[in-house]
Ligand binder design. Structure first.
Ligand SMILES: [Zn+2]
Length: 297
């Protein structure tokens, strides 16, 4: 069998990493952020530099999550590529010829890195809000399971109610600017006091917002937003409020995003709530750069 890592060039992977870290070609010292350094040696893979301002020796991997890895950089690049194709950890381990545990550690580290380096985003203009509930327990984290918790039943009896983190069905709040970026966050629950700080952090005051009729959004006007709601329970999915012939009151863009997210999460067969936020960040990061045509209106 042909192994992808056998035909990848380690030097090209280093070139790619350098352009990712330093897009304008200037080496930045990760320790003192100076752009003043000189190259040592002639390697075409991992280059070494000396920072003129702080006198430290650095290399292409200093300050990255790859710096302490024993694997060649091409294994990491290849892993990232396969993650972009939504390949499972098991399949990644087979493609790279590493153990499943190693593949799992690599994907986890990269997802976490992406989550921790999310660019600052402010949504404005027309923004749709919506929430979904994902089944997510404590797979692989038995210590987090509450003592005395009853086993999960196949079917919930009686009133279903809204999902919460504690009920192992955490809500995910989505906010999408039409024609712009999206922000998604896993929540403990869907109470107004939970969603308000998140909305205020990511959505500019005065923004026109679209929601369904759910009452957690009822205070949006008091929080400084203009709110329009579509009444799903009355069979309404889009409404023309201003009489211009366009049904602008809808949350279809957010719902389109949820259907992509659901298909994306499916191959991973149940993600623990400890890991779910990192999966969300990776999926969200990917969608920002894809051609969004079909589902961004
Ligand atoms: Zn320095």
């Amino acid at each position: 069998m042909l192994k992808i890592t056998e035909i990848l060039s380690e030097a090209e992977c280093y070139n790619k990493l350098r352009t990712m870290c330093w897009p304008d070609g200037q080496v930045l010292c990760p320790k003192c952020l100076s752009g003043n350094s000189h190259k040592i040696g002639q390697e075409d893979t991992k280059r070494r530099y000396k920072c003129i301002d702080c006198n430290r020796h650095i290399n292409d991997l200093t300050g990255t999550l790859f710096q302490s890895s024993n694997l060649p950089l091409k294994f990491w690049m290849c892993c990232l590529y396969l993650m972009g194709l939504n390949v499972s950890n098991r399949q990644i381990s087979l493609e790279l010829g590493v153990s499943e545990k190693t593949a799992q550690t690599m994907t986890e580290q990269m997802r976490t890195e992406i989550k921790n380096n999310r660019p600052k985003t402010t949504l404005s203009g027309e923004v749709e809000f919506d929430e979904v509930y994902v089944v997510s327990g404590h797979k692989g984290h038995p210590a987090s399971v509450k003592k005395g918790r009853k086993p999960r039943r196949r079917r919930l009896k009686g009133a279903r109610g809204r999902g919460t983190l504690e009920k192992e069905k955490p809500p995910i709040l989505g906010m999408i600017q039409r024609g712009g970026e999206v922000v998604i966050r896993m929540l403990e629950n869907v109470q107004q006091k939970t969603i308000r700080p998140i909305i205020e952090k990511y959505v500019a005051k005065g923004t026109t917002t679209y929601t369904d009729e759910y009452d957690i959004y009822s205070q949006l006007n008091n929080w400084g937003y203009e709110r329009h709601s579509v009444c799903h329970s009355a069979g309404e999915y889009a409404r023309d409020d201003d009489g211009d012939g366009f049904c602008e009151v809808h949350v279809n863009t957010m719902e389109g995003f949820w259907s992509l997210l659901r298909s994306w999460l499916r191959p991973h067969r149940g993600i623990s709530q400890e890991k779910l936020p990192a999966y969300l960040a990776f999926f969200r990061g990917g969608t920002q750069y894809q051609k969004m045509g079909a589902w961004i209106t």
